[in-house]
Design a protein around this ligand. Sequence first.
Ligand SMILES: *Cc1c(COP(=O)(O)O)cnc(C)c1O
Length: 397
Amino acid sequence: MKLAARAQRLKPSATLAISAKAKALKAEGIDVVGFGAGEPDFDTPDNIKEEAIRAIKEGFTKYTPVGGIDELKNAIISRLKEDHGLEYAKSEIIVSCGAKHVLYNLSQALFEEGDEVIIPSPYWVSYPEQVTLAGATPVFIETNEEEGFKIDPDRLRRLITKKTKAIILNYPCNPTGATYTEEELKVIAEIALDAGLLIVSDEIYEKILYNGLTHTPVAKLGEDVKKITVLVNGVSKSYSMTGWRIGYAAGDKRIIEAMSNLQGQSTSNPTSISQRAAVEALKGPQDEVRRMVLEFEKRKNYVVERLNSIPGFRCFNPQGAFYVFPNISGFFGKRYSGKEIRSSVDFTEFLLEEAKVAVVPGIEFGADGYIRISYATSMEEIEKGMNRIEEAVGKLR
Ligand SMILES: *Cc1c(COP(=O)(O)O)cnc(C)c1O
């Protein structure tokens, strides 16, 4: 049996190897602090759960229209209007099984052999894989903490060729926590307009912002920019609903229709019950979101301060999302138990073995001098993890 070339090309996740090791340690009864989570640790708010239960009791358990029920599309439209003054028609909205599925459909609908897609690095792990699966070529634009992990406009201009089809934006960013101001977005949008690029804008962390910062969707910068932008969002991160699998896109109706056709031949509609829950999430009270963000911000401040007080770490202060992405290249060349640390995977293994703390190596996000620490876990676990990290790195020679 021979697997299709496309399946052979798919990169298995290094994170899975690390989580397997962390799980094995836990199974041995060893208390491992988990900083690997890519989801909020809070429970889904009760009003949302209750709406799902109501949907089940009412028998709302059958197929729905492929691209989502009207009630949910309307809730998405109202939220985009109320939060950002953006106007979309129902034909410009699709609901899929999570934002990841939205992005997958989008890649399949837009990209093909010969296309180049610009992806800022560090990047969320699925972008390059999805672009490659579609037959296109990811082109990375490097960002670093000195520049606030933001795209340098000149570097972007230099990377654009005749083949460039789109740029993928993700802000607030997973893994760096960086976000963009309206002014910075304008510069990027101008470049995209000039070069005739599409903008795929993954704004799934839009609600998780600190320091009183507000989020500007790139689509809000003008009718011309809105036309070339597909806005991607979902309920997973804002409402602590990762398991419900509801994400959505807003954009040009030809693109939305192509995505819907793909979805019709693959998953069909997202779960009927989850759609009803998502309506409640978007239309119901929003104070739980604010409560979560306040809690995240407290933890973020603590983690950044602790890391920056440990020699060897250099930690960028994130503006959003629930990760820190410290530079750990200061530890390269150091040794423990006869082993030398030469990469983010080595450092991650060291933390797991010597500190019993699980993190994600930066190489997963295209940046080997870093690790990702998720603070979507309790303050007690965070304090324990930070103490352990400080003690372990203190022994490196
Ligand atoms: C979590 C995440 C997603 C996917 O979320 P879904 O659960 O599929 O809605 C998409 N983009 C980024 C950057 C993420 O961190």
